[in-house]
Design a protein around this ligand. Structure first.
Ligand code: F6R
Length: 242
């Protein structure tokens, strides 16, 4: 695990975008793994800027989100498919048909996980996966206790995660109770991982991820066993590392 601490969001975003740009420019059909949430937003903004000002093209890429709510109607603005379109993909030249999120329709969840694993594999596997981290060490919706062998599946959201995400909905009871999420084994298959974290609230999780014992209690600690992980932090998020 390689760790960088940068003073500003812009510097964090540039470093992460450099890694992604290198993959996008060097592969014939690059596969991007995209996280939602606040942390990656500066990266998406920097990639959009490079697209507009420097001609960085994503036309030959495909993209897979980490997760998707269960039960939101298709086209719901808070579905992760729509969120990632609005934050990133519709501002660059990647066709909508090449952007996927797990099928979170209520009647699709039985087979959705397996179909998503197949779709990722058929695209060639994820070349570069962008990740955030939860304050409890979760990655995607793999909460503490998730199996290291887990693949894409439906998970019940913890009360804390629903409260954290309620800001995007009118009220807490509108936040879905379940989500489809890539598993820990799915994420570990990505060839390259870029994890971005900011703020004091992430400091314990970052410390456990980097120096802690590899344990299901801190799902991100599994990344210690991956051969190509870059962690991009701000001073607050790195404050507990020694
Ligand atoms: C997002 C995701 C989550 C977030 C994590 C951090 O697709 O799967 O694991 O990466 O909850 O969220 P933020 O970046 O909003 O602090």
């Amino acid at each position: 695990v390689e760790i960088f601490t940068k003073e500003t969001r812009d510097e964090q975003a540039r470093l992460a975008a450099d890694i992604i740009e290198q993959v996008v420019r060097s592969k014939t059909n690059p596969v991007l793994g995209l996280a939602t949430g606040s942390s990656p937003l500066p990266i998406y903004q920097e990639l959009i800027r490079r697209h507009r000002e420097e001609g960085l093209s994503f036309a030959h890429c495909s993209a897979f989100t980490l997760d998707e709510y269960v039960g939101l109607p298709k086209g719901h603005p808070e579905s992760y498919y729509e969120v990632i379109r609005n934050e990133f993909t519709r501002h660059v030249d990647i066709d909508d048909s090449r952007v996927s999120s797990p099928d979170g329709s209520a009647d699709g969840v039985e087979t959705s996980g397996a179909r998503y694993e197949t779709a990722i594999a058929e695209a060639g596997g994820v070349d570069v996966q962008i990740l955030g981290i939860g304050s409890n060490g979760h990655i995607a919706f793999n909460e503490p206790g998730s199996s290291f062998d887990s693949v894409t599946r439906m998970e019940e959201l913890t009360e804390q995660t629903r409260i954290d995400n309620a800001r995007f909905f009118d009220s807490l009871d509108q936040v879905p109770t379940h989500a489809m999420t890539q598993g820990l084994a799915t994420i570990m298959k990505a060839r390259k991982i870029v994890l971005i974290a900011s703020g004091e609230g992430k400091a314990d999780a970052v410390e456990a991820m980097v120096h802690g014992e590899v344990s299901q209690q801190w799902p991100a600690s599994l990344l210690q066993g991956h051969s190509d992980v870059t962690v991009v932090l701000d001073p607050a998020a790195s404050s507990k590392l020694i």
